[in-house]
Design a protein around this ligand. Sequence first.
Ligand SMILES: [Zn+2]
Ligand SMILES: [Zn+2]
Length: 341
Amino acid sequence: MLAGVLISPGHLGIQEVERPEAGPGEVVLKVEAALTCGTDLKAFRRGHPKMPMPTLFGHEFSGTVEEVGSGVDRFKVGDQVMSVHSAPCNNCFYCLRGQQNLCETVMDTKVLGAYAEYIKLPRHIVEQNAFIKPRNISFQEAAMLEPLACVVYGLEQFRISSDDTVAVLGAGPIGLLQVATLKAYGVKKVILAGRHRVRLDAGLSLGADTVIDVDRSDLLKEALAETVSRGADLVIESTGRPDVWESTLSMVRKGGNILLFGGCPEGSRACFDTTRLHYDEITLKGVFHFTPSAVKKAYGMLTSGKIDVKPLITAELPLSELPKAFELLMAGEGIKYAIIP
Ligand SMILES: [Zn+2]
Ligand SMILES: [Zn+2]
């Protein structure tokens, strides 16, 4: 079969690789749609500690069941399926404490390779984090399950009320998905800060109440003006830049929360004013990955039509044009591309 292979940072190709076969408990999907993601772009740009190269890649997908291994009773050939690319072991120190996102093996047992004609789901994913795709949503929307699970997990860390003002810093695919999710939760005031007109416009169509173009205006001044100088109840960092991590503290209100979502380059450091953290009782929270319960919640949101993710998909491209999709992303063009093998 044909698959996109990340050969080294900045260098990817479409190669003929062996087609996976379903062993006991496993399912092989014919990939119908795979979405580009900020994590893939990061790996393409600078390499990734969890992705030794050359490697298959792509982890946001949906597909049709091509083959089921023995003992699989949740799915049959021809089913339309949406899935994430990992699942916890449910047996390690972290899993037993309900922190399945931090499972000791979750990163080692994940599957990569959605930019391919077929992908194999191992048993632990088949059993926990794969679902039937209903006909009312497209394969492209269904492939949004993984990033939405990440977003839902992050937001679950706080008690968010509809009266809250939430500021999202970063108008990339994740920041935009956060805007859509917050609006689906009924949050009345969502401020989105970022760059690139196309992305800010997508933010508006996803429901952002105010967008701030950081290249044209003073972010801090505008963000504070939007919150009668008090600061936002929740500030979400979705750029993965240490300077933006640091800037969150000046935009949050007393007693407010900061969600640090964007992963910075390894070894980065950020500095925070202890007086504000202490006397203004600010909570800083980092998040990583997702739990099966967040995946189920994301599945419910997508399939019930509670959230509309279509504005996030810029265009469809065939697998042969995967390199072009990454060129466009490197140039800051578009939000997410749907690769159709
Ligand atoms: Zn992703
Ligand atoms: Zn575990």
